[in-house]
Design a protein around this ligand. Sequence first.
Ligand code: COA
Length: 191
Amino acid sequence: MRPVAIRTARLVLDEPTLADADRVAEYCRDPLFERYLTTPWPYSRADAEAFLGVFVPESWASGTERTWAIRRAPGGELLGVIGVREPRHEIGYWMGAAHRGAGLMTEAAVAVADWALAGGVRGATTLFWRAVEGNVASARVARAAGFRRIEPADPTVPARDGDALPAWHAVRTVPADPRAFESWTDILGPG
Ligand SMILES: CC(C)(COP(=O)(O)OP(=O)(O)OC[C@H]1O[C@@H](n2cnc3c(N)ncnc32)[C@H](O)[C@@H]1OP(=O)(O)O)[C@@H](O)C(=O)NCCC(=O)NCCS
């Protein structure tokens, strides 16, 4: 499929390109990425170029993963990245360290989840999310985006080296589950 742009109050989400390589290389050198993501580590400029020049366009074309750059509207520097990976309709995201804490990822995640479940991802009635246990910021985004925690038989996520790490899992369904917010209380507290 062809890349689709999504707009929100403050953001435009569009296809990241090779012009974003400097920002991607800079942001992916964050030590949090070593801990919480499976992006290459250490992260090189060549990794950014392979991601932007090959992975992103090929996976949009094949439909295996939709990846958006997060930019302030009406467009500009890449601030972060968000995507939906098949076949599980799994949402994933990261925000450059300088841009965190402003609610931007929550805004992007709500928009992508709404888009995906409104027919953007054909046939999708459930979106999936998981994060390494302890990734509170990611869990707060998922909660704010309407996901409900689940406790699967295998509550893990693959690590960079292929090992399985303990993980939190959640789903967002259509229609939204009214108990979704409270499902996070044991790990995030009531508010
Ligand atoms: C997770 C991440 C994308 C959040 O991005 P962000 O732009 O800061 O998110 P928002 O500003 O929308 O904040 C979302 C929530 O996280 C909370 N938060 C932000 N940073 C936090 C931190 N370091 N610790 C705890 N909570 C945090 C905010 O208070 C907010 O919570 P609330 O909505 O319940 O008030 C960002 O921290 C990140 O890129 N982390 C490294 C990569 C990663 O872990 N990605 C997710 C893998 S599953």
